[in-house]
Design a protein around this ligand. Sequence first.
Ligand code: SF4
Ligand code: SF4
Length: 226
Amino acid sequence: MIVAKRKPFDEITEMLQGYKKVLNVGCGTCVAVCLVGGEKEVSVLNAEIDMARKLADAPIQIDGYTVERQCDREYLALLDNKVDDYDAIMSMACGVGIQFLAERFPNKPVFPAVDTSGLAVNQAVGWYEERCRSCQKCVLGWTGGICPVTMCAKGLYNGPCGGTNKGNCEISPDQPCAWYMIYERLRDQDRLDHIKKIEAASDWRDQVPRTLVQPGYEKPETAKAE
Ligand code: SF4
Ligand code: SF4
């Protein structure tokens, strides 16, 4: 899932300075699961902002509304008849949701309340570890299911580098070397020949913005907000 963390409170209040009526929009999917931007977190943040603004003698009306997914037009449409009532919108979704919201309501300032960290797994309650950087060139089939882009400090498709040291990465003795892990995994699967396979450079797949159109679908000439 996409994971994020809440921005420092001072940064949020600085962005909202001067605005008196704000709609804080939560997202009910990834950021809700990782405990940062769902309905509950919207309420908590709104209460904190309300209190801070009262104490600063600059009251604000801050309301909350959580949609199922901010990265989906169908759900953003639910906000169409609401946003006119507000001076600004705040979003607790990932960077994708925030941008989609800003695109749908271009006349309203849209402020992020969270910092998006990446694609991660849930290791324990409140502990998330990045596992994919959407590189568009997945090499997991050759690396024993261990992602070298996120797990290796240098993101090497071909490793290890000269810094590997008894299973650890040169950046820290607490950081396992991804390519050592890949070696061990492939060795245990009797597939060590894969580690010698040279992976070519990424052939411009990292150019931005990247798009994905599934087979059988066409990219519409212009994606219009409905
Ligand atoms: S190699 Fe890593 S970053 Fe690239 S798609 Fe696969 S899991 Fe994601
Ligand atoms: S020591 Fe291992 S994990 Fe660290 S940068 Fe080199 S190959 Fe990557």
